[in-house]
Write a protein that binds this ligand. Structure first.
Ligand SMILES: Cc1ncc(COP(=O)(O)O)c(C=O)c1O
Length: 359
């Protein structure tokens, strides 16, 4: 049976990449060992590492004055290491609150500097705050936002205007899903386990001139300038995740790059939202249309007593991991780059049939 994996992260990786990794698993680069069994400082691995960075730079058009760092610790570690690298104690920073992951970032930063809420979607978190209503603070060191709220299914579809303040974004769940003007950002970070590769790797893209020295208590392995100086090999990096991310970047290039991803992701999201909106209220998505995520589509059933039956029947039909996050309930279908339109069509076909039988 064809299985479609709608997991929010760790998420499905492109089938083609997984097949290649399987083929190379025991004997990589004709060396008789696995890629995860060789030194990160070996010539062969260094080539992998450098190619991955070059491919990521090409895909995103990352300007030369930006470092690309391959770190560990997940996006959650960056919630603290961004302020530790970019601020001194007592400094003011602006955050935009659009839901679960913004709040986590705000909590972590609040222990290290003076956080001001430049905007707050508040309450049910079903929209992104209109930029005209933002109140940026005077002298903020940076402005932080979460480009896609993975749990709420709320996404910014345009890069906010930061008016000269360095813009910092948690792009864990929508990086590489469409073209991006990196030059508009001071720093971008993302955990790998959605659109990049396996968990264990975290990417930080940071403008060089923003790094004026991390706070002295910052561990060297999270001091961006020190890590950059060592080519992200200040200590042993997550080599297998780095290698696999490199395969994903090459796959993305073969697909036609981020413009092709954008077209595909738009079509997939439109297909699923159309099925929800066209269900006569059997399914419902409560996010404002302009802020509906292309990556994580949340929906509820009119009759929540049917949730269990829906999930069970979906599983039986090969549609996996549709249960919504425990804090929100309902359903969530994650449609990252590796999910083809056929998977979304299988889901919408199933949803129509389920509604017809149980509606
Ligand atoms: C937008 C966003 N930020 C941060 C995180 C936390 O990432 P990690 O588990 O890699 O620390 C997640 C995880 O799902 C996320 O979706």
């Amino acid at each position: 049976m064809q299985i479609w994996n709608f997991a929010p992260g760790p998420a499905a990786l492109p089938a083609e990449v997984m097949r290649q990794a399987r083929e190379e698993f025991l004997d990589w680069n004709q060396g008789g060992t696995s890629v995860m069994e060789v030194s990160h400082r070996s010539k062969a691995f260094l080539r992998v590492a450098q190619e991955a960075e070059a491919d990521l730079r090409a895909l995103l058009g990352i300007p030369a004055d930006y470092h690309v760092l391959f770190l560990q610790g997940g996006a959650s570690a960056q919630f603290a290491f961004v302020p530790l690298n970019l601020t001194v104690p007592g400094e003011r920073v602006d955050y935009v609150n659009t839901g679960h992951w913004s709040r986590k970032a705000i909590e972590a930063a609040g222990r290290l500097c003076r956080v001001q809420l430049a905007a707050d979607a508040g309450g049910a978190y079903t929209s992104v705050p209109r930029q005209a209503d933002w109140a940026p603070s005077e002298g903020a060191r940076y402005l932080h936002y979460t480009s896609n709220e993975t749990i709420g299914g709320v996404q910014f579809h345009a890069v906010p205007e930061a008016h000269g303040v360095p813009l910092v974004a948690d792009m864990s769940s929508d990086i590489l899903s469409r073209p991006l003007e990196v030059a508009r950002f001071g720093l971008i970070y993302a955990g790998a386990q959605k659109n990049i590769g396996p968990a264990g790797l975290t990417i930080v893209i940071v403008q060089r001139e923003l790094l004026r020295g991390a706070r002295p208590e910052t561990p060297a392995v999270f001091d961006y300038a020190k890590v950059a100086a060592e080519g992200s090999m200040l200590n042993t990096p997550p080599t297998f995740a780095w290698y696999l991310a490199g395969l994903v970047f090459k796959w993305l290039k073969r697909q036609g790059g981020l413009a092709a991803m954008e077209a595909a992701n738009r079509l997939k999201a439109e297909t699923l939202y159309a099925a929800i909106d066209g269900s006569d209220g059997f399914y419902r998505n409560s996010v404002e249309p302009g802020a509906r995520s292309w990556m994580n589509v949340t929906f509820t059933l009119r009759d929540t007593a049917l949730d269990g039956a829906f999930l069970e029947a979906a599983e039986a039909a090969g549609l996996r991991s549709l249960k919504g996050h425990r804090v929100l309930g309902g359903m969530r279908a994650s449609l990252y780059n590796s999910m083809p339109l056929a998977g979304v069509q299988a889901l919408t076909g199933f949803m129509r049939e389920f509604a017809r039988r149980r509606g």
